[in-house]
Design a protein around this ligand. Structure first.
Ligand code: 4AZ
Length: 261
């Protein structure tokens, strides 16, 4: 009798565990933004929109879909640096307004292809140990390589947390043909994308978009799209190492970001 009860209780516990796992994106690690001096969050007005990375004192890389289909939503776009939680206070010195943005010319919103944009800020950030730039990495992350995702996106597939604090998790590259088989029911995996997934379905989620995916501490892509999150399917990232994305980014940086301050 007791043995039966205990067996049932254990089974129930396992089931509950599996269900809660289903809707968890990150491994649940709250992260200090101090460990990521280049990490920013984007605001439309005061409303949190996306993640981003400071690749030069006056330039932020993000996903194109964060800025509307043609990068048009920059009038009220602000960039917040060094904010741990989305509702936390932030000094003026850590906020910049967008000036203009450039979306990758290959961007196709209907297929999420080439989901990449760079924002030019009205004023550069003063860089220090606290707020600093990061050089992007145009090399291909090797298959199976461990990469870090960071963001203020949802920690479950339901609801939204306006006070979300920065989360991080480790994911690894999913082979392209496997990912294409798994994801082509939504859209094909193009040359401008790569896929990643962590153990226990660890994944990026809505709100993590535009934030960097880091290999050895440097961005190799940005969070782009997926089938919700925590579904067990890979997350899809814009791939800096594709020739089109590399050309777009390098060209923008050379032309717009090398300001002398
Ligand atoms: C989103 O909606 C989104 N699991 C971003 C990333 C992923 C799914 C959805 C990847 O912005």
């Amino acid at each position: 009798m007791w043995l039966k009860l205990i067996t049932w209780l254990t089974l129930l516990q396992l089931l509950a565990g599996a269900l809660s796992q289903e809707f968890k994106i990150f491994g649940g690690k709250t992260e200090s933004v101090r460990n990521y001096p280049f990490l920013v969050n984007l605001r439309q007005g005061s409303k949190f929109a996306c993640g981003g990375a400071l690749i030069a004192p006056s330039c932020v890389v993000t996903a194109a879909h964060c800025l509307g289909d043609r990068g048009e939503n920059v009038n009220e776009l602000y960039v917040n640096a060094q904010q741990d939680c989305l509702n936390g206070s932030i000094p003026d010195a850590y906020v910049r307004q967008a000036w203009y943005a450039c979306v990758a010319p290959q961007y196709k919103p209907s297929e999420f292809d080439a989901d990449l944009a760079v924002i030019k800020l009205r004023q550069p950030f003063y860089t220090s140990d606290i707020i600093n730039t990061i050089a992007v990495d145009f090399n291909e992350p090797p298959e199976g390589a461990s990469m870090r995702i960071v963001g203020w996106g949802m920690t479950s597939d339901v609801g939204q947390d306006l006070g979300q604090c920065l989360q991080s998790a480790d994911v690894s590259v999913v082979p392209r043909d496997q990912c294409n088989r798994q994801m082509s029911f939504i859209s094909p995996i193009t040359n401008n994308m790569f896929c990643a997934l962590g153990p226990n379905k660890i994944d990026s989620c809505s709100g993590d978009s535009g934030g960097p995916i880091l290999y050895k501490g440097r961005p190799v892509g940005v969070v782009s799209w997926g089938n919700h999150c925590g579904s067990g399917l890979p997350g899809v990232y814009t791939r800096f190492s594709s020739s089109a994305m590399m050309w777009f980014l390098q060209n923008f940086i050379e032309t717009h970001c090398l300001d002398k301050i």
